[in-house]
Structure formats: C-alpha cells, structure tokens
Design a protein around this ligand. Structure first.
Ligand code: ARG
Length: 593
C-alpha cells in the first residue's frame, strides 16, 4: 500500500473525506491536524469543535461520526479516540511505524518523500546582502544563517532555489568614500586589510564633509561623476566592490554558503527609469512635493505615509531599486516565490514594496509571486544590550572575529576533553582543529537557528558551546555517538544485512523513538511553510533526547538477533534524520567527536 511521507497531511485528507461522507461540506470543516503531545497519541485533529458549533451538533458525537467514516487506510494504521470536548487523537500502530520507517529509510527515499511539497516552484532568496566597503559584523550573521537554512529547506521540499546576494553596492556613500580615498588612502593598509581601510577612509571622508561645506560639494561632484560613468571613478568603485566581495566570500566559505548571483543594487542602475515611467503612466505613482511617490489609500499607515520611489533631487533610491528587483525576479527568474531576509527595521519598506508591486503587476497582467519579508530580532550581549566589542569604542563585533573566537573556544574545550581520553582514542592536534572548526562554526549557526527568529537572542558562548541542552555540540555529539555504535558493530548504518529479521519496536523507549522519527516530515513542513528553521531545530533536539533515553534504556548490541537488528535500524534512522536535519540547517556534522 502507498505510504505518505507527510502523515499529518494524510490524516487531514482522510478527515475531509470522512466529513464529506457525513454530509459536511469542505467549506464548513478544516480538520487542523497537528503532531500531538506523545501522551495523547501521534496526531490530533482539533477542527471538529469549530465545525460542530457551526453545524449545531454535539462535538463528541460528531467526532464519533467522523471516526466511523474514516477510510480503511487510516483505520488500519491508527488507533483513534475522541478526547476532551471533541478532539480526535490518532496513534500509529507499531506496524504502521515500521512501514513508514522502511518506506523512508534511506537518504534518497527521505529526500524523494519531501520533494513533492514545492515541486515545480522557483524561489528567489535574497539574503546576507551586506553593503560593500563595510565590514560584516555580528548583525549580518542572522540574515546569512537564516537565509541559507531557508534555501535548504525550500530546496529539500522540491523547489528550485536561486540564491541572490543583493549587495548594497551603490548609493550616496560612494561620493564621500571616493573623496576620502583620493586624499588619504594608505596603500599598505589597503593591501593588508582592505575593508578596514575603506571604512577608515569613509569615516574620514564623512567627517571632512559637514553639511553646507564646500568639501561636501566636492564629495557630491565625486558622486555625480561616478553616476555618470566617469572612467576613473568607476575603476575606484570596482576596486571597492572587488575587495568587499573577497572579504565576504571568506565568511561565506566558513559558513558553507554559496550564492548563485550577486545582483547588487548597481546591477539595476539602467533598469530604474523604465520602472518609474511605467508606474507614472499607470497612475500608480504621483508627484508629491517634488518627489515621486505611491500612496496606498485606505491603508492604516501608508495612506498618509507614501512609498517614495524618487527623491526630490531626482535621484532613485532603495525603493526604486527594489521595484526593479521585483520585476527582474519575476520577469527573468520566473519566481513563484520571493524571500528577502533582513532585520525587522525594514518591515515598512517591504510592506510598501509588496503593496506597490501588487498594484503594478495587477495592472500590467504580470503574475504576483508569493512574497515574504523574513525578519529577525537583534543579537544581544549577556547584558541584554546589542552585542558590542569589549573595547571601549563600543563598535559592533566583526563577524570574522566572532567566527575566529568560536573556533578558538571550541578548540580549547576539545583539547581539554582530548587530554582526558585514553591514549589510544586521542585525536591528533590536526584532527582537533578540524573538529573545532565544525563545532565552533556550527555552534554559532545553531544558536541562531534554534531561536524563533522573530525574537532577539542573547549571544552566550557558554550556552552555545555546552554539550547539554539544545545546542550544536549536543546534536553533533549524538551523531558521533551513533556512528561509534556502528563502528563497534562493524556494519555500515542502514546496511540491509544488519537489519534483516528485525522485529517491530516494542519497548517504551523504542516506541517513543520510532514515533518521534516519523514526525520529521511534520517538523520539516512546519519549518518550511512558516520559513522558521527553529521548528526543525527543536525537533532535532527532541529526537536526540529521545535517542539518548533509548540508548540508556535499551542495549543496542545485544546477542538477541531480531532485537539487535531492530535497534540497529532505529539507530540508523535516527542518524539519517539528525544528519539530514542538521544539513538542512547548514550545520556540518562529524563522524567522530
Ligand atoms: N543591503 C541592505 C542592508 O544592508 C539589505 C538588502 C536587502 N535586500 C533588498 N532587496 N533590499 O540593509
């Protein structure tokens, strides 16, 4: 019989069938099936209550009626019960658990199961997107890490994903930077640490050009020259972009991020005027106090606060570029979905962008893609204030320094642990370094991803590097521990011979683990549909905890062949799920640790 990857979706569909059989129309009933607290079964349908109210029926009686009308494929696999005022609990029968675990028992089968949800969809994900000639600091971590996880989740769910780094590589700041560069550039510093030097030059340029000064006029002339495409100005600008991109790429490499495109703001320079023309001709944009703006009448905020798409001085701005970007992503990439990952402070901008694009595309017969501005909170220090360096200048921590420190700290922990190991099991120092690289970077990534992205989070080295709790080290260690069991057993994880003759899960710990394993599909769906990776992280943590309980309760390598086989199978599935899940979060796993 066909086994569905997503069991909750399966039950959902079955409940709708049952409702139809019981004379309830689709419109009146949404089953609301979710993974349940294990004490109440595996899934719960919560939608009966609301439906009973509308249909003026007794909820428990309606629940009974629906259960009686469930298709045989469901009743064969689940024990059902009415709970509380009218919930329906579904508990997988052991044979159905085994059936699912067998159907999705390899990396290939698991991926194939997941890949139908977003099949034939193209998603453009715009993330990281730092400004050039500036250092990436800790604030840039979240967009990069969350964006990459979202890309992987969408991809795993079957979408074609286009990773686009929308660099802030154009704008008025370049007038002042060129002004500073021409006067004070230090060749050696530029060769040694180009971004720091550019930051210094921008600061000098900015300080030297106060409002109303002739120096500012000069900086403006530099900007105009650049905008007109003056050869020497463009050469300088190209240098800024190149050295910036090189510095960014070093960070991306450490985080295992690779972009398909770097279509920064400058890419859209020659695509702005047609957008302004079109919006004006369509009557969507209008002149207001010398600027070109879009009002959204009837909107609580944007009826009065318009979207400015051309400034009073006639220059295009961030909004103009983003409108052209929308058009390019739909027209050129044929995006069905667009995700832009920035902190929440840009919420108004993207809300206005979405509203404006909707009107514009509706009037021109273009298809409006799904659009998500994925926001996130701030990274705080342990004092609850935005994370800053300990130095007195109070500047934000450079992302590079942060990653360095992560690796160093992980290395220190590892070396200490290593020294306590029996001589024969010790890692060489090179091995320690390689492991520390994974653990250090992984800890930083995971600390970010394990939080609901909407909240601020406190950056704590001790917490993120701890071997206990919802941390990368805990999960990486669980993976390494399972791998070591297979090394001891002398078999490859998932090798069919090692699982031949396995009996069905039986002990409470085995059953709890198996029931957790089948929920992977749900966690994946939830994390992907909401674009919130922490749902997957939480699931992985719970899975690792259930595994640990199983490992403490039940000896895997027993002499009882059918029991050993079924326990090895559970170990292999746990390993597969943990490795797959961590990979989806962008965290690299280790075979030994
Ligand atoms: N460069 C911008 C910043 O650092 C983020 C760009 C986000 N993407 C976009 N299409 N506007 O804030």
């Amino acid at each position: 019989m066909h086994v569905s990857f997503n069991l909750a979706a399966d039950i959902d569909a079955a409940m709708k069938t049952a409702a139809a059989a019981a004379g309830i129309g689709d419109a009146a009933f949404s089953p609301e099936v979710r993974a349940a607290d294990p004490r109440h079964g595996d899934f719960q349908a919560n939608g009966v209550l609301a439906c009973a109210k509308r249909e003026k029926q007794n909820p428990r009686a309606l629940a009974e009626k629906l259960i009686a009308a469930l298709p045989a494929g469901i009743t064969a696999r689940y024990d059902t019960a009415v709970a509380g005022p009218g919930f329906i609990n579904f508990t997988l029968k052991p044979a159905a658990l085994t059936e699912w675990l067998a159907a999705f028992g390899t990396a290939g089968k698991l991926a194939a199961g997941a890949a139908s949800a977003y099949a034939n969809q193209t998603w453009v994900v715009d993330y990281s997107s730092p400004n050039t000639a500036k250092q990436m600091h800790v604030g840039h971590l979240r967009s990069a890490v969350i964006g990459e996880a979202i890309c992987r989740l969408l991809e795993y769910s079957g979408a074609k994903v286009i990773r686009d780094n929308h660099l802030g590589d154009w704008g008025t700041q370049f007038g002042k930077l060129i002004y500073g560069f021409k006067r004070w550039a230090d060749k050696d510093a530029l060769a040694r640490d180009p971004i720091s030097e550019l930051e210094r030059l921008y600061k000098l340029g900015n300080d030297a050009t106060p409002p109303g000064s002739p120096e500012l006029e000069e900086a403006r002339r530099e900007l105009v020259k650049l905008q007109r495409g003056d050869h020497d100005s463009l050469e300088l600008w190209k240098l800024f972009s190149e050295v910036s991109k090189k510095a960014f790429d070093e960070i991306y490499q450490r985080l295992a991020i690779r972009f398909d495109h770097y279509l920064g703001e400058s890419f859209y320079n020659d695509k702005l005027q047609p957008v302004l023309d079109e919006l004006t001709q369509l009557g969507i944009a209008e002149e207001s106090q010398g600027a070109l703006v879009v009002f959204h009448p009837g909107h609580p905020r944007f009826a009065k606060q318009p979207f400015i798409i051309r400034k009073t001085d006639g220059a295009a701005n961030y909004a103009t570029t983003d409108l052209a970007t929308m058009l390019h992503r739909v027209g050129h990439f044929h995006a069905d979905g667009i995700v832009i990952v920035t902190d929440f402070r840009q919420s108004d901008h993207f809300e206005q962008l979405a509203l404006t694009t909707q009107k514009w595309f509706a009037k021109t017969g273009r298809r409006m893609p799904r659009f998500h501005h994925v926001t996130f909170g701030a990274v705080l220090g342990e004092d609850g204030k935005p994370l800053k360096t300990r130095s007195t200048d109070g500047t934000a921590i450079k992302l590079k320094d942060l990653l360095d420190e992560a690796e160093e700290r992980a290395l220190a922990v590892l070396r200490e642990k290593n020294a306590g190991r029996p001589e024969t099991e010790r890692f060489s120092d090179d091995e320690c370094r390689a492991i520390a690289h994974h653990v250090g970077i992984g800890s930083v990534q995971y600390a970010d991803l394990s939080q609901n992205r909407s909240s601020d989070y406190v950056f704590s080295w001790d917490k993120m590097l701890a071997l206990e709790g919802n941390t990368a080290p805990y999960l990486l260690y669980a993976v390494a521990r399972i791998r070591s069991i297979f090394r001891k057993a002398g078999v490859e994880p998932g090798a069919p011979a090692s699982e031949a003759g396995a009996s069905a899960p039986e002990t409470p710990a085995e059953l709890a683990l198996a029931r957790k394993l089948v929920k992977f599909a749900d966690a994946l769906r939830l994390a992907t549909d909401t674009l919130r990776p922490h749902f997957l992280a939480l699931y992985l943590y719970e899975l690792a905890s259930d595994y640990s309980a199983f490992n403490n309760a039940d000896k895997v390598l027993t002499d009882d062949a059918p029991v050993r086989a079924r326990r090895l199978a559970l170990c292999a599935r746990t390993l597969l799920t943990l490795e797959t899940g961590l990979h989806l979060l962008g965290v690299r796993t280790l075979k030994r640790m």
